[in-house]
Design a protein around this ligand. Structure first.
Ligand SMILES: Nc1nc2c(ncn2[C@@H]2O[C@H](COP(=O)(O)OP(=O)(O)OP(=O)(O)O)[C@@H](O)[C@H]2O)c(=O)[nH]1
Length: 308
């Protein structure tokens, strides 16, 4: 079993920065990471990538040869990659033994809720290479500063979740900048937990520009609430605690925390319903030590904290 993340989100939401920061964090906690760049528009990569789509197809060549703009060019590249999935498989196979995979995808959101290329490709890889992937969907936190933009971020997140059908974590990226966009109408919890959206509708109604869309907004908010699937995890990629919290969530969603545990179905179900923190702290030990040592380690840890 190979674990990893499919990193997606609108242009500029921080995907490449995330892949760089996340790979550094995961390496620090002892994982071997391979970053796979599938964004042909990524020219200056801050990370060292194990596989680069540029070796298969170049966006600039596609745009010239087929007289396409950047968007059309990207859709063409994804289509080409889907047809040449064997190329990607052959590049990934040597990494499967010991790497955790981070896929950096293009920012064209229509690739993930409208077109099927990216989804087909991911499903094919999951099936053939036995991957366990979580979609990490980044949305810029500045969208919380405007109720209308926030509703559109919710809709985008929901439609991407429904289209991709993967374990999914929505992230509010660049949370460190949120205060620079002015005072939010509600507490941050309201935006991350997607609480009662009727408050948001009231906020939108006060804006004369969006007043005529009041009914539409109300209906859209009801759709989001009826599904009850969307929430967000805030992230400041520079802050290791923030990245650590997100890793715990992703590890739980794709099953990474269970990977090294040799126990019965009852033990698995206990872990599945337990708090995320507990799972996370046990994981690094579970690979090196058997399950029965965990209580001792926790006891030593508590004594150590008492002495300190
Ligand atoms: N302050 C802050 N800036 C961030 C954070 N994450 C990303 N950025 C900045 O946001 C900008 C865009 O980040 P990228 O990583 O290029 O975003 P992207 O989603 O890969 O962009 P595209 O490749 O155009 O789709 C860069 O200037 C980053 O430095 C963060 O957590 N905090």
């Amino acid at each position: 079993m190979v674990f990893g993340q499919v990193v997606i989100g609108p242009p500029g939401s921080g995907k490449t920065t995330y892949c760089n920061g996340m790979s550094q964090f995961l390496q620090l906690i002892g994982r071997k990471v391979a970053v796979i760049n599938l964004d042909p528009a990524n020219d200056a990569l801050p990370y060292e990538c194990a596989v680069n789509i540029e070796d298969l197809i170049k966006l600039s060549d596609v745009m010239v040869e087929h007289s396409l703009g950047p968007n059309g060019g990207l859709v063409y590249c994804m289509d080409y990659l889907e047809k040449n999935i064997d190329w990607l498989e052959s590049k990934l196979k040597p990494l499967l033994k010991e790497h955790y995979l981070l896929f950096d995808f293009p920012g064209q959101v229509e690739l993930f809720f409208l077109h099927d290329n990216a989804k087909n490709m991911i499903m094919e890889l999951i099936k053939k290479l036995d991957l366990r992937l979580t979609a990490v969907h980044l949305v810029d936190a500045h969208l919380c500063s405007d109720p209308g933009k926030y509703v559109s971020a919710l809709l985008l997140s929901l439609s991407t979740m429904l289209h991709l059908e993967l374990p999914h974590v929505n992230v509010l990226s660049k949370i460190d900048l949120i205060e620079s966009y002015g005072k939010l109408a509600f507490n941050l919890d309201f935006y991350t937990d997607v609480q009662d959206l009727s408050y948001l509708q009231n906020e939108i109604s006060q804006d004369p520009r969006s007043a005529k869309y009041r009914k539409l907004t109300k209906e859209l908010c009801e759709v989001i609430e009826d599904y009850g699937l969307v929430n967000f995890t805030p992230l400041d990629i520079q802050d290791k605690e923030s990245v650590g919290n997100l890793v715990k969530l992703i590890d739980k969603s794709n099953g990474y925390i269970f990977a090294g545990i040799d126990a019965s179905a009852v033990e698995f179900s206990k872990i599945a319903v337990g708090p995320v923190d507990w799972d996370y702290y046990r994981y690094p030990f579970s690979r090196r030590l058997t399950y029965k040592w965990i209580p001792f380690i926790e006891l030593i840890n508590s004594l150590y904290l008492l002495i300190l």
